[in-house]
Design a protein around this ligand. Sequence first.
Ligand code: LHQ
Length: 263
Amino acid sequence: MAYNCILNRIEDGVSVITFNRPEKLCAMNGEMMAETSHAIDEAVDDNSVRAILLTGTGRGFCSGQDLNDRIQAEGGQKRDLGQTLDQGYNRFARKIHTLRLPLVVAVNGIAAGAGASLALLGDIVIAGNSASFMQAFVRIGLVPDCGGTYSLTRLVGRARALGMTLLGDPIDAKTAADWGLIWQTVEDDKLMDEAMTIARKLAAGPTKSYALIRQAIRAADTNSFDEQLDFEMQCQRAAGYTDDHAEGVQAFLDKRPADFRGR
Ligand code: LHQ
């Protein structure tokens, strides 16, 4: 597939996917979503890829839905936005939620609307100091989507989730990190180096263990303590049968770094 709206490369086992519509702050149109989705599928199908890094170009990570693309039908008619979510954003969000690879998100600039929700779907989200997070939906009379209400409430609690979504003001990167919305902030000019360092580390790690950790942490959002203990048992059983577990133990006993292969 030829890409018009994203850049995609594989480096050191990392699929680096970059939103590339800088003139629109990387607003999400149908084409960019289809291309990103395709690039993620390719990464998942490629055994040499063991982590994904998602970022944007220019001063926007993603400014949410492109408000020139399919928001209104011909002649200014109102559209069924539920359908837009059902067939677009929700499929995309579910794909990321159930990914077998760890996802690093490097937020290079403003993340607004669905762009903010998308960023928060990452496993490790780091942001440049000048980045910001804005629940812009209310400014156009909409509600948060793409899992935004789910992620926000769990990450920062109800008071901050409501403050962000009802007021729609941008939250700067440092505040986002202080609140636990994201993992960390770095100098803007260090963002990609830092993000690649994290992604490379994940790409050299025990990929199956990561997939199970991802599932377990996400399952904890809704499971009872007893359910979670049972789920941890299932995950540990699966992890215990991986080659990487055997290699990790052997490497420890041999006093050498483990050579994880993602198997
Ligand atoms: C844009 C956009 C944009 C088009 C900047 N679209 N051009 C899901 C499914 C179904 C339906 C609807 O919604 C959703 C979920 C959503 O994501 S809803 C929320 C959609 N996003 C927004 O409402 C944010 C719109 N953007 C803004 O409010 C501002 O651009 C922010 C605050 C992000 C940045 O402001 P500035 O730094 O002042 O930049 P700017 O506004 O000058 O933007 C630069 C250019 O990018 C500009 O184009 P132009 O041709 O005038 O230079 C903007 O029109 C364009 N742009 N966001 N979402």
